[in-house]
Design a protein around this ligand. Structure first.
Ligand code: SER
Length: 897
């Protein structure tokens, strides 16, 4: 044991674990927050004992009878308490020592006392203990033994308090291992409360810091609420000490949020919001505490593979994150900020939990996606809610709308309402709307119409005995008709044995035929109705004509001998796609990470579709890598085997199972090669060897819903056809572009550039004859001095300045008499002017230079040239018309008008 007393959280953790190691315990690493064993009682690990349950129940053998651990825990019911009290957290570390049928009360008490007094340096005078005071309903008396053992280590009788079942009987849910407990409390002094012993009031004066559970029973709770206790195979010890609470005591802090693991997180809240913690605004303090706790929870949950969703653990995570975002907004944190907290949590906790460091970027991907997704609707949602709160009522329908359209977890809506003291009475309505929505979406995805009868009832209506599925091994089955049913214009058949695979696990139903003994095809299989393992076959006459009913001469009879024949080609193509789906799943996990979980699939003969959890688009490199990896397994010609095993064993072997799917105890596991690459629980049919797949090609990668990607792919002959078609298209392009296929891209790029440049270079469209025709007559006899002069004063659009002289000259040539042409070409920020004057007109006093100057002055420019041709530029294209008018006036004036 270390000589100096522990203070920091890391020191406390180490002191505890080392003490028990020195007393013969094996140190266990923290298990995942996601329970490895299927346990219907909890969604997330809530105590150090949880991963050890099978040992306590005698179902599994522990690596040592003495164990110690620091376990990551998550307590969902505490979400609402966080920030309100001094010590509630959702995500915390629990230190524990465990005995599986080894030491019991005496040693557990002696260890606890020694570590408390010597290891942690608590003043023995200030430590109180509580023991189980008995309970009639449980049939248990006072735990006198524990009292005696506490006296033995030196705790005086007046500091040993007896408490009832409420306080001192520990159970993890209504069923499971449990037992009386004895707890240690620290008296923090009269300044924390008036009580004189633990259990007397609700104050924080006596703070419980260690719970020793004397785990001796397995409890079963009955429907009427009573329960029975059955002794466990051995007497066990399970203790729990909240690490963060110990830090609070040893660091002499008022709340958990001032301890070393939280200081950096609170400081980050101050930095981001520009507000000060504990400056008198309780709402600000609360928000900063919630942010600190929830972002820790978020980081740990994602690092253990939980991803945001609307179900189970994913929903807990989503609630945490959205609650954090809303709290952040309320204290004025702008923009996205959860990533900053993620970094702060990893910095504080990464040394003790290296998985956080390893998965930091993966966690960030989820955090960013969720924050951005919620951020998009948050403002609108908050505004809507704000309006409702101001009006003083929030109904179940409002909460549903907020949930459905704006992603507000209902708990968040309720919390924000309650903060304003607006009573929430809408839960029933909300639940009903949610249930309706679920029904609607179920109805929307329900396949096939069985005339209102459920699949189960159809199958048993046709014949009560279940069909035996033989399609894993056989594609052709000699069997007998077990029953026939005409219903709503459809004919259902039931066979004693059937090789037809009925749709399930993403794989579509087989097609095929039913052949009579004489070899004639009697019926085509057009659909299968699955009812668990049972099935009914929807048939049509083999010739496909008529009203869908079988004609009298092929009518089946019960007991009739038939041959059921699966459409081999379609089945084999489907199998190729099914095995390829497993390979794809494994390759995606390898490339993108363990957060990739199947979210749905459709395995058909022509293609496969696979939906999976992943926050962002796959890059072209990802797609290529995954394709290569799958094709590598195809080339490896690995055998594919289906094995029947127990669920536990399959899980222990790392088999992928569909989350939320119900599996029995006996499961079918499909593995490829030695199983290292791919092992999945699956009831579908597969190729015998991956080489049968031939080739695998991804055709599309899109998004299916938030955080779910969708890949479509093809295999075998379909993939070959696809590649061939692409090849043909390329050949055509190459022919049209008149270059070899390898140069097509380059060629197209050039054609595109040429087309662009060509358009720019194309001659401006100026109708010179039309301009000439617009000439007006200026001067002439009326004013004396000769013939009238044809004058064109016009604007031309989009003509580059350098082209103007040639155009003006040509227009002048089309005038039919010596004349003057003035053109202005305005562009976005300039205007170009040109004046061309016939030499005869120059003689009469019209000089191009003078005219252009008069015009240029109007548009803020200048220029000049010869008397017959002068050019100018101006900066104010808006005044183009005024400039032309000035030119016109100058010409008239020069001609003596
Ligand atoms: N299982 C007990 C608790 O969670 C002791 O570890 O408090």
């Amino acid at each position: 044991m270390s000589t100096s007393l522990p203070v920091t959280s890391d020191e406390i953790r180490e002191t505890f674990l080392r003490f028990f190691e020195e007393h013969g315990s094996r140190r266990l690493a923290s298990a995942s927050l996601v329970p490895a064993q299927h346990d219907p009682s909890v969604m997330l690990t809530t105590a150090g004992m949880h991963p050890l349950k099978p040992y306590f129940l005698g179902a599994d053998t522990p690596p040592s009878k003495r164990l110690t651990s620091c376990q990551k825990c998550f307590r969902t019911p505490d979400i609402d308490n966080v920030g309100v009290t001094a010590r509630h957290l959702t995500c915390f570390e629990m230190l524990g020592n465990f005995s599986i049928g080894d030491y019991f009360k005496r040693e557990a008490i002696a260890f606890a006392w020694e570590l408390t007094v010597k290891g942690f340096g608590f003043d023995p005078e200030k430590v109180f203990v509580t023991v189980f005071g008995g309970d009639e309903a449980l049939g248990l008396g006072v735990d006198q033994e524990s009292i005696d053992f506490w006296l033995e280590v030196g705790v005086p009788r007046e500091r040993i308090i007896e408490l009832g079942r409420e306080d001192n009987f520990w159970q993890a849910g209504p069923n499971g291992p449990c037992g009386p407990c004895t707890e240690l409390y620290l008296d923090r002094g009269p300044e924390y409360g008036p009580a004189t012993k633990p259990g007397e009031d609700e104050s924080d004066r006596f703070m419980e810091f260690w719970n020793l559970v004397l785990m001796q029973y397995e409890q079963t709770t009955h429907d009427d609420g009573t329960s029975t206790l059955k002794p466990l195979p051995t007497n066990n010890i399970d203790t729990g000490m909240g690490l963060n609470r110990m830090a609070m005591l040893l660091q002499g802090k008022e709340t958990i949020f001032e301890t070393d693991q939280f200081v950096p997180l609170i400081a980050l809240g101050e930095e981001l919001s520009g507000k000060t913690y504990e400056s008198g605004d309780e709402a600000v303090d609360r928000a900063m505490r919630i942010l600190a706790d929830h972002t820790r929870g978020m980081t740990f949950l994602i690092s253990d593979g939980v991803v945001p969703s609307n179900e189970d653990r994913g929903y807990v995570l989503r609630r945490l994150m959205r609650r954090a975002v809303v709290q952040g907004r309320r204290i004025g944190i702008e923009g996205e900020f959860l990533g900053r907290y993620l970094d702060a949590v990893v910095d504080v906790m990464g040394a003790a939990y290296p998985e956080l460091v390893e998965r930091r970027e993966e966690i960030r991907t989820w955090v960013t996606a969720e924050e951005q997704g919620f951020g998009r609707t948050l403002t609108a949602g908050l505004k809507l809610l704000e309006g409702l709160l101001e009006a003083g009522t929030v109904s179940g329908a409002d909460a549903f709308l907020l949930h459905d359209t704006h992603g507000f977890p209902v708990e968040l809506t309720v919390e924000l309402a309650e903060e304003r003291e607006i009573a929430w009475t809408g839960q029933d309505e909300f639940d009903r709307l949610m249930a309706d929505q679920r029904d609607r979406s179920k109805a929307g995805s329900r396949r096939g119409d069985h005339g209102g009868a459920s699949a189960g009832s159809i199958a048993s209506l046709v014949a009560p005995t279940p069909t035996e599925f033989t399609g894993y091994a056989a594609l052709e089955q000699h069997t007998t008709v077990a029953g026939i049913l005409e219903r709503d214009g459809k004919t259902y058949l039931k066979l004693a044995e059937s090789p037809f695979y009925p749709e399930g696990g993403g794989q579509v139903s087989d097609g095929g035929t039913i052949v009579l003994e004489d070899g004639s095809e009697a019926a085509t299989v057009v659909g299968l109705v699955r009812a668990g393992d049972d099935q009914a076959i929807l048939v049509q006459p083999a010739d496909g004509v008529g009203d869908g009913r079988l004609s009298a001469d092929v009518a089946f009879r019960s007991g009739q001998a038939v041959v059921a024949r699966v459409d081999r080609k379609a089945r084999h193509a489907t199998e190729c796609n099914h095995t390829a789906t497993h390979l794809l799943h494994a390759a995606l996990r390898e490339r993108l990470g363990d957060h990739v979980h199947q979210a749905g699939s459709a395995v058909r003969p022509d293609k496969l579709r696979f939906d999976f959890s992943h926050p962002g688009k796959l890059t072209p490199e990802d797609v290529r890598w995954v394709e290569d990896r799958v094709n590598e397994r195809v080339l490896a010609a690995d055998p594919v085997r289906a094995i029947t095993t127990t669920l536990d064993e399959a899980r222990a072997m790392g088999a992928q199972a569909l989350f939320g799917e119900k599996y029995g105890d006996v499961v079918r596991m499909v593995e490829v090669g030695d199983g290292e690459f791919s092992r999945e629980l699956c009831g579908g049919t597969h190729v015998r060897n991956t080489a049968e797949i031939g080739v695998f090609k991804i055709t599309t990668e899109t998004s299916s819903s938030a955080n779910v990607r969708r890949v479509e792919a093809i295999t075998g002959p379909v993939a070959v056809d696809f590649l061939r078609e692409r090849d043909a298209v390329l050949d055509e392009i190459s022919e049209a572009a008149k270059v070899p296929a390898g140069q097509v891209v380059e060629r197209i790029a050039k054609l595109r550039d040429d087309a662009k440049g060509g358009a720019a270079k194309a001659a401006p469209v100026v109708d010179e004859s039309a301009l000439a025709a617009e000439a007006i007559e200026v001067g002439g006899d009326a004013v004396g001095g000769g013939a009238p002069v044809p004058v064109v004063v016009a604007r031309v659009e989009n003509v580059p300045p350098k082209e103007l002289p040639a155009i003006a000259d040509r227009v002048k040539g089309k005038l039919g008499a010596p004349g003057v042409v003035v053109l202005a070409s305005p562009s976005e920020d300039k205007v170009a002017l040109i004046v061309a004057v016939g030499p005869e007109v120059v003689e009469r006093g019209v000089k191009a230079g003078d005219i252009v100057k008069a015009a240029a002055a109007v548009v803020g420019g200048g220029g000049g040239g010869k008397p017959t041709m002068a050019q100018a530029g101006g900066k104010d294209p808006a005044k183009t018309d005024d400039a032309l008018r000035a030119a016109h006036d100058a010409i008239v004036a020069a001609l003596g008008g």
